[in-house]
Design a binder for this molecule. Structure first.
Ligand SMILES: O=C(O)CCC(=O)C(=O)O
Ligand SMILES: [Fe+2]
Length: 187
């Protein structure tokens, strides 16, 4: 039941995203080809200073991610200017973030933010998060929407299949890459 509700929230967000760029066609075909993965993670309190980062810096390889953390904060995001911000959330908040596949679809307009989880080593409660991760099935090739390409925004990425991007990520070159999409399907 919970996953159904969060998946509905995701669909709303994706429709809003397409609409915000004035894209009306094609949105439903992305939604119809979306696979949802729900994962629950508990983070134990780190015992030493060295282990305060319990989830290292990364970008999500999803299309979108929705996180539903408990009241223990710890989520940090790197914003465009390189600065790190700690997200302080009211209780029962959902956090929506874009993954690499969404960044690809948007021609690099939507930021797939680098983020990590850092816990207070003096904390006493376990951080727990439920995450909904979305992936586009192989029958749908992810293509930069034509509305997102113009004089100011040259085409940056060739069409790609989401699962192939993830396979590339798992290769030695992919794991070393500082710019996964550019290295995989950059124009
Ligand atoms: O636990 C969290 O809040 C974040 C987890 C995360 O970034 C991920 O699973 O990709
Ligand atoms: Fe993440």
């Amino acid at each position: 039941m919970f996953s159904k509700i969060v998946a509905e929230l995701d669909k709303k967000v994706v429709r809003m995203l397409f609409e915000s760029y004035g894209i009306t066609k094609n949105c439903e075909s992305y939604i119809e080809s979306t696979r949802y993965l729900l994962r629950h993670v508990n983070y134990d309190i780190p015992k030493t200073k060295e282990t305060s980062t319990v989830f290292p810096s990364h970008t999500d390889k999803t299309f979108t991610t929705i996180l539903y953390p408990n009241q223990i904060s710890g989520l940090e995001f790197q914003i465009r200017d390189g600065q790190w911000i700690t997200l302080e959330l009211p209780p029962s908040s959902f956090v929506v973030l874009a993954g690499e596949a969404c960044r690809g679809w948007s021609n690099d307009r939507v930021l797939a933010p680098i983020h990590k989880v850092v816990l207070d080593i003096n904390g006493s409660e376990t951080r727990s998060t439920i995450g909904l991760f979305t992936f586009i099935k192989d029958d749908k090739i992810i293509e930069v929407a034509e509305e997102l390409v113009d004089e100011e925004h040259q085409l940056k990425f060739k069409p790609f299949v989401h699962s192939d991007l993830i396979k590339f990520f798992a290769t030695e070159r992919g794991l070393r890459s500082q710019n996964l999409l550019k290295d995989y399907c950059g124009v």
